[in-house]
Design a protein around this ligand. Sequence first.
Ligand code: UN1
Length: 509
Amino acid sequence: KNFGVQETLNRLGISDVNAGVSTGTEWFDCKGDITESYSPIDGSLIAKVKNADKDDYEKVLVKAQEAFKVWRKMPAPKRGEIVRQIGNALRDAKEDLGKLVTLEMGKIYQEGLGEVQEMIDICDFAVGQSRMLYGFTMHSERPDHKMMDQYHPLGLVGVISAFNFPVAVWAWNAMIAAVCGDVVIWKPSSKVPLCAIACHKIIQNVLKENNVPEGVFSLVVAKSSVMGDNFIEDKRVPLISVTGSTAIGKRVAEKVGARLGRTIAELGGNNAIIVAPTADLDIAIPGIVFGSVGTAGQRCTSTRRLIIHESIYDDVKNRLLSAYKQVKSKIGNPLDENTLVGPVIDEGAVEVYQNAIAEVKKAGGTIVFGDKVLEGNYVLPTFCEVENHWQIVQDESFVPVLYIMKYSTLDEAIELHNNVPQGLSSSIFTLNMREAQTFISAVGSDCGIANVNIGTSGAEIGGAFGGEKETGGGRESGSDSWKTYMRRQTNTLNFGTDLPLAQGIKFDL
Ligand code: UN1
């Protein structure tokens, strides 16, 4: 079965060799070297991409600056109208783009579709937001004065995205930035350049039909060594939104911080679920399994640790064991509708998997299930009994390896839970109202996302997405995340004939 892959690529406009740089509707004859994109499904070469060199980057930057001057003047609801049409173009391309995500990144087709759905959802959200870029008005202490907040477009927004969500991360940032009046320059992960090219092909008709200036949405596929520091040190780019490992995020935040630019950092997680004595295991087990083996453990929000009450420890462990055994027969080609777990992204990820398991063994842990490289990039999802303080448990390994441990009091569970460097997503399964409320209170989870009776992964776009500590502190997507994409201005207006000073200061000439 070829799953209609070639037809999908044709429909998306992916050819054997593709230009990796676009300012919207124009594609550059780029001068950099070539990136080859291989499918993690079977290691086959899908297509080649011509990378940007420094001159190509410079051309994109200049176009983006020119575009910003036009785009910032367009009324926000009109910008929203463009985003509405982009959402519709994504609806039309959902199956094809979802399939390309599966082909190039390796997540199962259902999750590929889900990722495109997140793009559509954020378009809808952004359309509404375009009429709600609200500021406050304040009552002045002075007579005949008024005060207010305004939010103005910020400028050029750089988006650096990771391989695991090759299309949605761009949309969360780009669609919000676009309604805010910003222009976007996207540097995708070099592991998944075709997905980025396809996104730009999908939106280019909308841009053309609406005469959107070149440079509002730009794409720059480039080697990090060529583009990396140019981009993050570039003062013309006031905001960089980066999704990736903590190591990458630290580097970006340092460089952008050194020029006092703004960053939205969405970095590593070490997400845990507390399974309390009253947990409804009929929903807890599927929540844990989706979180830990789904996307082959390659979500920022994947469940990495399980903190189980001692009274139900053996029961949970046994149920998990039988669930993992069932999953075993559903590992394979992610285009096949019966598959639940596809490959990890590449050989490097297979090594991370092997290393994590070796470290657990070295520290004295027990492998309950897994510990097997099947073939190619396919590994058996694994779970092991560990102690929280071990270095390997403290680190994020971006593979399907789950760590389980025991607790006796809720205080102890929360202590274990928070005792890692990262702070992205978290959850508790409990039917005890006091435990649930404590977990999401000031003394509970220290994460950016804290859930009750659902797992750690699979957040909706309506909430602000991101986390604390080494997760980087950034928030993107819903709620009021849009504010980071705008510059805020406080205005005081005097409509009287006197000039009273604030704080009652007298300064008579
Ligand atoms: C990521 O892994 O980078 O909550 C983001 C989730 C998805 C987003 C994951 N909505 O799992």
